[in-house]
Design a protein around this ligand. Structure first.
Ligand SMILES: C[S@@+](CC[C@H](N)C(=O)[O-])C[C@H]1O[C@@H](n2cnc3c(N)ncnc32)[C@H](O)[C@@H]1O
Length: 399
């Protein structure tokens, strides 16, 4: 089938039409003329891949990653970095207009370390092959180097055979100091060659099926002079360079002497940043390990004007007696529940700083908040370079 690509969808796929059906074409850019092969066809749409590119877009570049066309990890390595950023800002603008009916002016924040930025990757192991899922499948392609991952993680990738796993999953995490923690999930009988791995990387711990196998189950991360104890399975932003930018934004928008609530606070990173300016900060988190780390983190940084609580933020919110004037909210991908929006509107803070890794759920939630709040600032942070994902920060003020 011969097609002309009309535009890009939210996942960076080319969009075209054929016989009344929309066609999504992997690895195709706007205005390109391509011959495609159908991968999947339903009554409404077709998914296809390019077999021949007849006329190439001037925006097309050659991917630096040899695994790019097979691997499902990145989606935009066939665009220049500047164009990936433009794609993300345009996409967010369109989504917010579609879901919230709001036109936003976006302030883009570039990733200065656009390659070698991720502090965490998940390696799949299938029949002894270590790698990533092949695009759109659960087949594993062997990968021994990832351009997104920090260099110590790449060193670890070259030592994976010392784990002797046949089937399973290994999460590799790395801190500011290049220290590595492995979180292994497998039903294999594992005999890890720990000392040989330690010859190659700064291995601080291995956790096997939730139990400590070697060393420690945590390390210390440092961002913007703040220290964070991070247990192997706690949430932490994957890009330390952009995380610093996020810290700056939060600090700029939290008023001195304000009372802040950090809903979904994880290990307390944004709570502690806010506490360096605010009068008082409350942090709520549902994962016990994370809140334990948050408590340690406040002590480690000698920050005393912060109080952490374990539980469901949307229920605990009403238990805080203080008058909250700023809410920091960084929910998981699925955004806020209706119940959460209700409790948020009940306390009606002057300011909401909404941090989101999914512009669609952000747009949906902004639609519910827009009659009470107006948007002061909207940032797109390139937390996940060369993928279609983007981190948004929306600063809302009470009307
Ligand atoms: C995207 S992470 C943000 C963490 C933190 N703000 C940070 O930057 O490190 C979302 C966090 O929300 C927590 N969470 C999810 N649902 C929650 C709920 N109902 N109440 C409190 N925390 C919740 C998750 O465990 C996770 O730590």
């Amino acid at each position: 089938m011969k097609l002309t690509i009309e535009s890009l969808d939210h996942q960076g796929r080319g969009i075209s039409h054929n016989n009344g059906k929309v066609v999504f074409v992997e690895d195709a850019l706007t205005n390109e003329e391509v011959i495609v092969e159908v991968i999947k066809e339903t009554s409404k749409y077709i998914e296809a891949k390019v077999t021949q590119c007849i006329s190439k877009s001037s925006l097309r570049v050659k991917s630096k990653c040899p695994f790019y066309h097979e691997c499902g990890g990145c989606h935009l390595r066939h665009l220049s970095y500047e164009d990936t950023l433009k794609f993300k800002c345009d996409k967010v603008e369109n989504i917010i207009e579609k879901f919230a009916g709001l036109k936003v002016g976006i302030c883009p924040i570039k990733n200065k370390n656009r390659d070698f930025y991720r502090n965490k990757i998940e390696i799949q192991v299938k029949n002894g092959v270590y790698g990533f899922f092949k695009k759109g499948t659960h087949e594993v392609i062997e990968v021994d180097r990832c351009l997104n991952a920090l260099e110590p993680i790449n060193k670890m990738l070259l030592a994976m055979n010392l784990l002797h796993i046949v089937n399973g999953k290994v999460t590799i995490r790395c801190n500011y100091n290049g220290e590595i923690i492995l979180d292994i999930i497998t039903s294999d009988k594992v005999e890890v060659e720990v000392e040989k791995i330690r010859d190659k990387v700064k291995l601080v711990g291995i956790v096997l099926n939730g139990k400590l196998l070697f060393g420690a189950d945590h390390y210390i991360e440092i961002v913007d002079n703040l220290l964070f104890k991070m247990t192997y399975n706690s949430f932490f932003q994957v890009n330390q360079f952009i995380n610093q930018e996020l810290f700056k934004i939060v600090k700029n928008h939290v008023d001195s002497d304000s009372v802040v609530l950090d809903m979904c606070c994880g290990v307390g990173s944004l709570s502690l940043v806010a506490a360096t300016k605010a009068k008082k900060v409350y942090g709520i988190e549902i994962v016990e390990n994370s809140i334990k780390d948050a408590l340690i983190n406040s002590r480690m940084n000698k920050i005393e004007n912060v109080e952490f609580m374990l539980g469901d933020a949307y229920k605990l919110i009403s238990k805080i007696d203080d008058k909250i004037n700023t809410v920091l909210i960084d929910p998981p991908r699925n955004g806020l529940t209706k119940e959460a929006i209700k409790s948020l509107l009940k306390i009606h803070p002057n300011k909401i700083i909404y941090i989101s890794c999914d512009p669609i759920t952000l747009g949906r939630d902004l639609n519910d908040l827009k009659s009470d709040y107006w948007i002061e600032k909207f940032y797109c942070l390139d937390m996940f370079s060369y993928t279609y994902h983007v981190e948004c920060v929306c600063v809302l003020n009470k009307r």
